[in-house]
Design a protein around this ligand. Structure first.
Ligand code: SER
Length: 663
């Protein structure tokens, strides 16, 4: 087997790949953010993510294709990280992409040329897989000089790629490098696709031709597309004559830093103990730095939880290595030193990123200290080799915020397994209890009358952006003490549903409107307006006369009060903008309350504000208020609004047409 090929640094590989395709007319795109512009995806996990709409034919490109070096995070195998040479949470993916502009034949020919002529990889160490039925690709590889016994056909599990449960997908062909028999499993069946470290897949060529739908059907995409992904860390290991991702130049800088800080020694052949922990910290610190730099904050759900888990796991492995005190920000500096040139976004908010890391590290250290005392006591009480109960593991998780994988790790180090079935059963119990409570609450406070009414009565038409008063509104329902009634007389409290109204119902934190309803001989004072599944209920007291279903009324809201509400609502947006300016773009709205007298604005930030920061925010908001700028509202399509830079709330649902307020 030939060992004769040149060495290259990670930076050289990156630019060689990109230059090669740029010379052939493909357009270079910067990596997209790790936070995908795609609700079906948690985190960017492939170069093709940012091109989804090109695959779907919604956008076209004048060049024959695109290239990128994409930052990716994959979360499926976090537990395996450090235990082998391959798994990474964060990695860089080099890719060439085309949306009908590059044929399969051309794509394979270029790939072959790049790896054999530019990277000069020896043919006797290259292996190719193709999708079972894909004769065309098989024949292309053969025509380029690949021997028959270096090509294997694999089925859907291995050679069919999809970005997520829905969206573009298709059959693929993978290119492997033989890392040498000595790192293999030795089995006579060992071949590309085997789980061992011998055959390293470093480039995946996907022939994206289907668009998987929610219902599982797979209509053809408008073009025969191309989506390729080369793992940069894998390529670096190959080009540096190493056997593992962690042994390339870039990762080694981080491993060395870990060695310096901990005083432990890394052994490339050891996949347990200190070497494993050093790999974990090197890997996780890159993910943490990139995720926070892209605006993710540690939290308890979704991508925020992924970040918290990686960050805490790195801290925990620091402890296993015997590192005293906080250390993680040193890794952030090293990641920035190694990668800041290729990813300038890392250098934009260094102080902020380090602040977030330091505060989460400190918080988790306290958690660890408290949980550790409890866990150590529980472990001490166990007989040698006995299993730690699921109840204890659950209590650590539930009461101490101690992650289950850490419990398993510490118990394992002390020679005890954890009863995972017991733990899972406790988790399920807790979920069932939560569901039961939620149901109780929801049904308990839920008034069936509104469900019944919403079946019978059409939703109220809101017409209060331009009007304070509407005449001739029809009473379509009346609700007294939770019952639908036909009329309400003087002295009674009643909720009045109209067919249309200028009253704004409580929504998005803004309190409902107050005002008056009147007709010949009838007067009601309205103290609040609520929205029950689209039915606007005017919470009213009948001051005079009797109101009946079917009557028409004049609905007049208290315009002065609405003015205060409106101003306070706009002020929440000024506050949002000022907070972003003072604290950083990561600030996002978590809730708000708008009353005529005051407002409350909840937002995400990793620490309490200093009095200087508060003052700066206050001054900015006041400046804008005293500048008395006009507030303009326009109704437009959602795409137009986004293009105009409208701030939408993450997780909120918007219709196709939105009302945009600009100051
Ligand atoms: N999208 C494919 C992958 O991630 C090829 O880029 O493997």
């Amino acid at each position: 087997m030939s060992a004769d090929y040149p060495s290259m640094t990670t930076a050289e590989i990156r630019s060689k790949f990109l230059n090669f395709f740029e010379e052939r007319g493909l357009k270079l795109y910067p990596s997209s953010s790790l936070v995908p512009d795609d609700p079906s995806l948690l985190l960017a996990n492939a170069g093709m993510n940012q091109f989804k709409e090109y695959y779907q034919g919604k956008k076209t490109m004048k060049e024959i294709g695109a290239i990128s070096c994409q930052k990716c995070v994959r979360t499926n195998d976090i537990d395996c990280i450090g235990e082998d040479g391959r798994h990474l949470s964060f990695f860089e993916m080099l890719g060439d992409f085309s949306f009908g502009g590059v044929s399969k034949q051309q794509a394979c020919t270029w790939a072959f040329e790049l790896i054999t002529k530019e990277f000069k990889l020896p043919l006797d160490r290259l292996y190719f897989t193709v999708f079972t039925e894909d004769d065309e690709t098989h024949d292309v590889w053969r025509s380029l000089g690949v021997a028959e016994d270096h090509i294997s056909r694999l089925g859907e599990d291995d050679n069919f790629w999809a970005a997520g449960p829905t969206g573009p997908c298709g059959p693929c062909s993978e290119i492997y490098f033989d890392m040498g028999e000595e790192v293999g499993c030795g089995s006579p069946d060992c071949k590309p696709g085997c789980d061992c470290d011998r055959f390293l897949e470093f480039w995946n060529l996907v022939f994206t031709q289907y668009d998987r739908q929610e219902d599982g059907s797979m209509p053809e995409l408008p073009h025969r597309n191309l989506d390729t992904g080369m793992g940069l860390e894998r390529m670096a290991a190959i080009m540096q004559h190493k056997t593992a991702n962690y042994d390339g130049d870039l990762m080694q800088h981080l491993i060395k830093l870990g060695e310096e800080i901990s005083g432990k020694t890394y052994d490339a052949d050891d996949y347990s103990g200190a070497s494993r922990s050093l790999r974990i910290i090197a890997d996780h610190s890159r993910a943490v730095d990139f995720m926070i730099s892209d605006g993710i904050l540690p939290g308890n759900e979704g991508r925020e939880y992924v970040l918290r888990r990686l960050l805490r796991r790195a801290v925990f492995h620091g402890r296993l290595l015997g590192i005293e005190g906080a250390f993680l920000t040193k890794f952030i500096d090293e990641v920035n030193a190694q990668m800041g040139e290729a990813y300038p976004e890392l250098l934009k908010n260094v102080a902020l990123v380090k602040g977030i890391v330091a505060s989460e590290e400190e918080r988790f250290s306290t958690t660890l200290d408290n949980g550790r005392v409890y866990l150590d006591e529980a472990l001490d009480a166990l007989a040698d080799g006995a299993v730690l109960s699921g109840d204890v593991a659950f209590k650590l998780h539930d009461t101490f915020g101690f992650p289950i994988d850490l419990t398993v790790e510490i118990a394992g180090a002390a020679g005890h397994d954890v009863d995972m079935d017991g733990f899972t059963a406790c988790m399920e119990d807790q979920k069932a209890r939560a569901r039961a409570n939620a149901k109780g609450d929801a049904w308990g406070s839920f008034n069936d009358v509104w469900v019944e009414l919403s079946d019978k009565v059409a939703a109220t038409e809101f017409d209060g952006y331009d009007n304070d008063v509407i005449e001739g509104a029809k009473v379509v329902a009346l609700v007294c003490n939770g019952e639908s009634v036909d009329s309400a007389a003087a002295g009674e409290d009643v909720e009045v549903v109209l067919d249309r109204t200028p009253f704004y119902a409580e929504m998005g934190g803004q309190q409902g409107d107050a005002g008056e309803l009147s007709a010949e001989g009838v007067a009601l004072t309205v103290s609040d307006t609520k929205n029950h599944n689209g039915l606007y209920a005017h919470v009213a007291h009948v001051a005079e006369g009797t109101l009946t279903v079917g009557a028409t009324v004049t609905a007049a809201l208290n315009a002065e009060r609405r003015g205060f509400l409106r101003r306070n609502h706009t002020a929440t947006h000024l506050l949002d903008a000022a907070l972003k300016q003072v604290l950083g773009e990561h600030v996002s709205q978590a809730g708000s309350l708008v009353t005529p007298e005051h407002l409350r604005f909840d937002f995400t930030h990793f620490e309490a504000l200093s009095s200087e920061q508060l003052k700066a925010v206050e001054d900015l908001v006041n400046q804008q208020i005293f500048a008395s700028k006009p507030v303009v509202t326009r109704v437009m399509g959602i795409d137009e609004a986004k293009a105009a830079g409208a701030v939408a709330l993450f997780g909120e649902k918007y219709g196709d047409v939105v009302r945009v307020v600009s100051v």
